[in-house]
Design a protein around this ligand. Structure first.
Ligand code: AHM
Ligand code: MG
Length: 318
């Protein structure tokens, strides 16, 4: 039976039409990300079959050079975005320095990407993802507060491939239909459930956490009714929190004094999505990471996101 579907392109075009200075550039930019994500997804799916996880320079079974999947994802995204004509610069977790578009190909956007988040999970078939965060150019300045993101999202390579995205009007999730090769709107207007007694943190670092966090953990373990979930792949832990609720924490610890996750590449896009989905995100000084003025592109920051009730409870102890 015929049922109308909304593709990601339909959706982004429709959103862009509502803006009075729409040029179509933004839709094209998202389309470039979408196309790269589909290629990365197909490689992730095949990663158990070919020796794609070997070190760079290795040969696979066909005698071809293979790259680590995170390097492959990085090159694909950076090259495609730089050549798209829509970006001024791409900043990637995999590269120390920004990649600027050539003169004559420069566009209006700055894109931050984590090409393959959680890539250490690939060889055990756990979900990985691609995170993106988009800003408008501001002269030569690449550093802007997260509150100035014009859009952010991620692709998750899990039991199905999804692209979850917000351009400031809520969060929508699209699932890749492998039969037609299109992302279809499957999770409209995602809202973080406000009641969910689930916490997600690397508990093995407990001895490195501060006293407030230790007492919070003691409370959630003793109070009953809580469940613990931790994949160790940021996109997967954030995605579960967005869809099911609860709290995801990657706090600072004695070893990672600034936290581990990168402010511009991981924390801000995930915080933006959490807030757009009616949840909450906190970082330094118990305030939203989106208010932090970054000083370097690879800056790290503590990160907590989730349902209001759960984050409020954590803040009582923090
Ligand atoms: P990476 O940038 O080295 O891939 O690290 C980021 C990942 C996140 O996906 C995840 O949330 C976190 O590291 C897990 O770290 P840990 O193993 O310390 O719990
Ligand atoms: Mg990462």
């Amino acid at each position: 039976m015929y049922k109308p579907v909304t593709t990601l392109t339909d959706f982004v075009l429709e959103e862009e039409r509502k803006s009075k200075d729409a040029t179509g550039d933004f839709t094209m930019l998202i389309t470039h990300i979408e196309n790269a994500v589909k290629i990365i997804a197909s490689h992730v799916r095949m990663s158990g079959l070919v020796d794609i996880m070997g070190a760079t320079g290795n040969k696979n079974a066909f005698g071809e050079d293979v790259q680590k999947l995170d390097e492959f994802a990085n090159k694909l995204l950076v090259d495609n975005l730089r050549k798209s004509g829509h970006v001024y610069a791409v900043i990637s977790e995999e590269m120390e320095k920004p990649a600027y578009a050539k003169e004559g190909q420069r566009g209006a956007y700055i894109v931050y990407i984590d090409p393959l988040d959680g890539s250490s999970n690939i060889d055990t078939n756990c979900p990985t993802g691609t995170i993106f965060s988009i800003y408008k150019t501001d002269g030569d300045n690449l550093l802007q507060k997260g509150s100035r993101q014009v859009a952010a999202g991620y692709a998750i390579y899990g039991s199905s491939v999804m692209l979850v995205y917000s351009a400031g009007n809520g969060v929508n999730g699209f699932t890749l239909d492998p039969n037609i090769g299109s992302f279809l709107l499957s999770h409209p207007d995602i809202k973080i459930p406000q009641k969910m007694k689930s916490y997600s943190i690397n508990e093995a670092y407990e001895s490195l956490y501060d006293e407030g966090l230790k007492s919070y953990l003691a409370y959630v373990r003793q109070t009953g009714g809580y469940t613990s979930r931790y994949v160790g792949s940021g996109v997967a832990d954030a995605h579960r929190t967005l869809v099911k609720g609860g709290i995801f924490l990657y706090p600072a610890n004695k070893k990672h004094k600034e936290g581990k996750l990168r402010l511009m590449l991981e924390v801000n896009p995930l915080a933006y999505l959490a807030e757009q989905a009616g949840g909450v995100a906190v970082s330094l000084n118990k305030t939203s990471p989106l208010t932090i003025m970054p000083t370097k592109i690879h800056q790290r920051a503590p990160f907590v996101m989730g349902s209001h009730e759960e984050v409020d409870l954590f803040l009582k102890y923090a």
